[in-house]
Design a protein. Structure first.
Length: 197
């Protein structure tokens, strides 16, 4: 049953009931099926106002903290940048240490072209102390695969030939310049079967 029907049931005329119902919103009078709705509404309104006040206070606190800690944020950023630089320098140092360790091991084995053999080794793993893992085995494998780049012994007496190089007989006249005309004539005569005197 709605409010108008209720008014009609208690003896209010149709015209009066219509006038009462239509005038209620203008006078801020509302009907609901809930009990004590106005009390509950007021409590919710107070809670909302309290939450709004708390939010405003929290936002103000955050703004104040940002203003007060601006220098701290800059300092934290600088610290993070310096830590990044330190890590980069550590990585570069480890890479340099690794390269020198490998070169030293190759030179001990008498490599003639250290940079090329370093390239042939490829990427090698390093342990937590910066030492190359299995370096001796890798160098041994490299020596077996490329024997011409390694000397036969590790003695300091290299003789006339430096390590890794072999003398090829190019049949030159021990560095003496040859006469091209004489050489061509001799070849021509040899081809015809004529012996030169």
């Amino acid at each position: 049953m709605d409010f108008k029907s209720y008014l009609l049931s208690v003896g209010v005329t149709e015209e009066q009931a219509s006038k009462i119902v239509s005038g209620m919103p203008e006078n801020n009078l509302f009907l609901t099926s809930e009990e004590h709705l106005d009390e509950r509404y007021n409590k919710l309104k107070e809670q909302k106002e309290q939450a709004d006040n708390d939010l405003t206070a929290a936002n103000k606190l955050v703004d104040d903290l940002k203003k007060d800690n601006k220098d701290v944020e800059d300092l934290q950023k600088k610290i993070a940048d310096y830590e990044g630089q330190v890590e980069q320098l550590k990585a570069e140092r480890l890479e340099t240490q690794k390269t020198y360790s490998i070169k030293e091991a190759l030179q001990k084995e008498g490599v003639s072209d250290v940079d090329y053999m370093l390239f042939k080794l490829g990427e090698l793993e390093v342990d937590e102390n910066g030492h190359v893992k299995y370096l001796d085995n890798k160098v041994k494998e490299l020596k077996e695969a490329n024997p011409t780049f390694f000397t036969a012994d590790n003695s300091d007496d290299k003789g006339d030939n430096p390590p890794g190089y072999q003398v090829l007989d190019n049949q030159l006249d021990k560095g003496k310049p040859s006469d091209p005309t004489l050489a061509a004539t001799q070849e021509f005569e040899a081809a015809l079967g004529i012996k030169s005197e």
